[in-house]
Design a protein. Structure first.
Ligand code: F3S
Length: 295
């Protein structure tokens, strides 16, 4: 429990903010930018899903781009925490003098599992958000037959193979994953001698912050979720909060917080995604403390 002004209590979910993979990637990228000040450096895709950190890295000298075509031949490139598909990595290698790969080791592990399954002729189903760069990258290792499933409804009609491998996006909610896997298992076992391999590839940091967010939501009467609007793991924290509370607000920074939200509230919860910097969390705490002292 954090500071207390008048009646407002503030609870911050344990594990809010940068996870291991994000800390590692940001440290690597800033060191790289600092050591190669004289080179053109491009950061392919957002290094993490947080606009403040993307801008900070740009200031340090690594320009954020979305398309390899924008890279000048012979320059340097950074691969984001979410990883890329093998063809994209190969194209970077052809074009760049040097590459810094900040892909989270847990995502790399999924790449290895997926490659192995594809090599053994498993039909791979990835459970996650098909537009998310992590899923796009994993799909690149999975072979042409791969399917991406985002909901139970989609799972009800997904094609399965005689050998099916199921993989989760690292930031998926574990309950949702189990529900979708059960539906796919039922479909697969309609086939005689069907084999299904399920991998729990949800990252531990995700599991812990999701549990901590539920704990905080239960004891609060308002929940503030802090993080980039395009951050998949922050979005899931918002959804989890919404399952338990009506008053849940998703903000990128403290400026978006409104005093009105706290009328009649005594216990404010705060949670933040894996790509949210500590400064943003601290600014939100300070703002709520100020509001709490006035209402
Ligand atoms: Fe890696 Fe898990 Fe963070 S996959 S980037 S440690 S949320």
């Amino acid at each position: 429990m954090r500071g207390r002004k008048k009646e407002m209590k503030i609870y911050v979910a344990k594990g809010s903010g940068f996870c291991f993979g994000v800390k590692r990637a940001m440290n690597m990228a800033f060191k790289y930018a600092c050591e190669n000040k004289k080179s053109d450096i491009y950061s392919l895709h957002e290094i993490i899903h947080n606009p403040i950190e993307v801008k900070r890295l740009e200031k340090a000298g690594a320009k954020h781009i979305e398309n390899i075509k924008e890279i000048k031949k012979g320059s340097r490139a950074i691969i984001s925490t979410h990883g890329v598909k093998p063809e994209e990595e190969a194209a970077l290698k052809r074009k760049c003098a040097d590459i810094l790969d900040t892909t989270c080791p847990y995502v790399k592990k999924i790449h290895r599992i997926t490659s192995r399954l594809a090599g053994e002729k498993y039909m791979i189903i990835i459970i996650g958000d098909r537009a998310h760069p992590e899923v796009v990258g994993i799909k690149g290792y999975a072979g042409a037959d791969c399917k991406v499933v985002g909901t139970v409804k989609e799972a009800e009609s997904v094609k399965t193979g005689n050998k099916t491998g199921i993989i989760a996006q690292t930031t998926l909610n574990a309950v949702k994953y189990r529900e979708i896997v059960e539906v796919i298992m039922k479909r697969a076992f309609g086939k005689r001698y069907a084999e299904v391999r399920v991998y729990n590839t949800i990252c531990d940091a995700t599991r812990k912050i999701q549990a901590a967010t539920v704990d905080v939501a239960i004891k609060s009467d308002i929940l503030i979720v802090v993080g980039g609007k395009n951050s998949a793991n922050t979005k899931r924290l918002y959804e989890l909060g919404k399952e338990r509370l009506d008053d849940v607000y998703y903000v990128e920074n403290a400026k978006e917080i409104k005093k009105d939200w706290f009328k009649g509230k005594k216990k404010a919860g705060i949670t933040a995604g894996a790509s949210t910097p500590q400064e943003s969390i601290n600014a939100v705490i300070e703002k709520i403390e100020k509001i709490g002292a006035k209402i």
